[in-house]
Design a protein around this ligand. Structure first.
Ligand code: HAM
Length: 431
C-alpha cells in the first residue's frame, strides 16, 4: 500500500526548525504587546461571503485560490486565505469598535497557489489591525513597529520598505480610467494575463512581472498624479513621520497590493534574499471595510507578515535561535526497577528546582552501555546514573560527558549523595 503524504503545499515543521519559529513567535508577541496590541484568536473557517465581500470578487484570491466547500447544511464556507476579514468581522460582531482598538493575530492561512520556495498553500501569518484612527500616525506606528521587529530578529539589513498611496475611491476610479485608456492603446502588446485583467482588475497590471508589459508600463500614467488632496497630504505627513523616526523607505508608484479593500497608504516590506517570493510583510489602510461588512464607518490600518518567509530569512542569516531551545542538558540513565522509580522521582524534583535545564529521562530500558550511548548522542553535558549501588546508598553518579576530567574522576564520573544533586548540577551549569 502506498504511503499517505501531506497535501501539496502544506508542510510539516520539524523539531530542528521549530526553534526559529518559537523565536519568531515570542519576539512578535512581545513586540506587539509592548505597543498595546491585544491578541485575538479567530476561527480558521468563515462564511465564503465574508472573503468575497472584503477581498474583492475579481482578485486572484477570491477568483481561484480559496479552499471553499459546502458544509452539511449547504452553507458555503472557506478556509481563511488571510486574517483581516475575520478580524473585522469579529470586531464588529463582538462590539470592539466603540473605542480605538489595537488587535493582533497569528495562525494558518490557506491559498490554492502554485507552491514554490516561500509560497505554500497552508502558511502562517502574523497580523495586526488598528481601528479608529484616521491620521497617518497609525501607519507610522505600524511601520516603526515592523522596523523594530526586523532589528530584533537581526533582519533589518536585508529588508526594504516600499510605500504608495492609492488615494480615495474617486481618485482610484479616475486613475483606473486613465490607466485603462492608456493600456487599451497597447492592447496587442500586453501579455495574456494583463489583457484579462484590463477588463477585471486593471490596477493589478501594475504588478506584472512580464518584461514587455513592464516596458509599456514605463510610460503609463502615474497614480501619484491622480491623488486627492487629503490622501496626498496624509502621505506626505507619513513620509515626514518616517524620516523623523529614522525608518528608510522608497516610494513605489506601482505598488497596488492584491486585495481590494485598501485606500490611501499601502506598503510592503521586501527582501532580495528569498528569490521570487520576496514580500515578507504587506499592509495598508482600509477605511471602507468595516462599513462594507455591516459595521459603523471606522478608519482602519493593518499589516500581515508571512512567517515561513521570515523563518527562511532567520535560517539564512544563521540566527542563533537553535542554541538553547530544545537542546538537552542532562540525560538520566537507570537500570533496574528500583533505579527507574528512584530516577523518575528524583528527576522530577530536579526539574522543580532547576527549571532552566532540559532533562531527558531515558525510556525503553537497555544496559548501562546502550543508555550511555544515547546520553552521549543526545548532546547532553551530564548523564545522571542510577543502578543498584546508587539506590541502596541513596546517591547518584554524574558522568560529565564533555569535559569530564575537569569535574569528575579520571573517567569523568563523580558520585554524590542525592541531597547534593541539585547543588552539583547548579555548579556544573553555572556559566
Ligand atoms: P497579503 O499581502 O496577501 O496581505 O499577505 C501578507 C503576507 O503573507 C505576504 O506579504 C507574504 O509574506 C505572506 N503570504 C501570502 N501568501 C503566502 C503564501 N502562499 N505562502 C507564504 N506566505 C504568504 C494580507 O493577507 C492582508 N490581510 C494584510 C493586511 C492586514 N492588510 C491589512 N491588514
Amino acid at each position: 500500500m502506498s504511503n499517505i503524504r501531506a497535501v501539496r503545499g502544506m508542510h510539516d515543521i520539524l523539531p530542528d526548525e521549530t526553534p526559529h519559529w518559537q523565536l519568531l513567535e515570542q519576539t512578535v508577541s512581545r513586540v506587539l504587546s509592548g505597543y498595546g496590541y491585544g491578541e485575538i484568536r479567530l476561527p480558521v473557517v468563515e462564511k465564503t461571503e465574508l472573503f468575497s465581500r472584503s477581498i474583492g470578487e475579481v482578485t486572484d484570491i477570491v477568483e481561484r485560490e480559496m479552499y471553499s466547500f459546502e458544509d452539511r447544511n449547504g452553507d458555503s464556507l472557506t478556509l481563511r486565505p488571510e486574517g483581516t476579514a475575520g478580524c473585522v468581522r469579529a470586531a464588529i460582531q463582538q462590539g470592539l469598535l466603540s473605542v480605538p482598538q489595537r488587535l493582533w493575530y497569528m495562525g494558518p492561512m490557506f491559498r490554492y497557489e502554485r507552491p514554490q520556495k516561500g509560497r505554500q498553500r497552508q502558511f502562517q501569518q502574523v497580523g495586526a489591525e488598528a481601528f479608529g484612527i484616521a491620521g497617518p500616525e497609525m501607519e507610522a506606528e505600524h511601520l516603526v513597529l515592523c522596523a523594530r521587529l526586523w532589528r530584533e530578529l537581526g533582519l533589518a539589513q536585508n529588508v526594504e520598505l516600499q510605500l504608495n498611496s492609492l488615494g480615495n475611491a474617486e481618485a482610484r476610479r479616475n486613475y483606473r480610467d486613465a490607466l485603462v485608456g492608456y493600456l487599451e492603446s497597447h492592447l496587442e502588446a500586453l501579455d495574456e494575463d494583463s489583457q484579462r485583467r484590463l477588463l477585471t482588475n486593471p490596477l493589478r497590471i501594475l504588478d506584472s512581472k512580464v518584461a514587455d508589459t513592464r516596458q509599456i508600463l514605463d510610460e503609463a500614467p502615474l497614480m501619484a498624479d491622480f491623488l486627492d488632496d487629503e490622501s496626498r497630504a496624509d502621505f506626505d505627513r507619513l513620509c515626514k513621520l518616517l524620516d523623523a523616526a529614522g525608518v528608510p523607505f522608497v516610494v513605489n508608484n506601482r505598488l497596488v497590493r492584491g486585495l481590494d479593500y485598501y485606500n490611501k497608504t499601502v506598503y510592503e516590506w521586501v527582501t532580495e534574499r528569498l528569490g521570487a517570493q520576496g514580500t515578507i510583510c504587506g499592509g495598508g489602510r482600509y477605511d471602507g471595510l468595516v462599513e462594507q461588512l455591516g459595521g459603523k464607518s471606522t478608519p482602519a490600518v493593518g499589516f500581515a507578515m508571512g512567517m515561513e518567509r521570515l523563518v527562511l530569512m532567520l535560517q539564512d542569516s544563521g540566527s542563533a535561535a537553535t542554541t538553547g531551545v530544545g537542546s538537552t542538558d542532562v540525560y538520566a540513565v537507570a537500570v533496574g526497577e528500583a533505579a527507574n522509580r528512584t530516577a523518575l522521582a528524583t528527576v522530577e524534583a530536579v526539574r522543580d528546582a532547576l527549571p532552566q535545564l532540559t532533562i531527558v529521562q531515558h525510556t525503553g530500558g537497555g544496559s548501562f552501555k546502550s543508555q550511555l550511548k544515547r546520553a552521549d548522542k543526545s548532546g547532553a553535558t551530564v548523564a545522571l546514573i542510577w543502578g543498584e549501588d546508587e539506590v541502596s546508598s541513596q546517591s547518584v553518579t554524574l558522568k560529565f560527558l564533555r569535559d569530564g576530567s575537569a569535574q569528575g574522576d579520571k573517567s569523568g564520573q563523580k558520585t554524590v549523595p542525592v541531597e547534593q544533586l541539585e547543588s552539583t548540577l547548579q555548579a556544573a551549569f553555572a556559566d
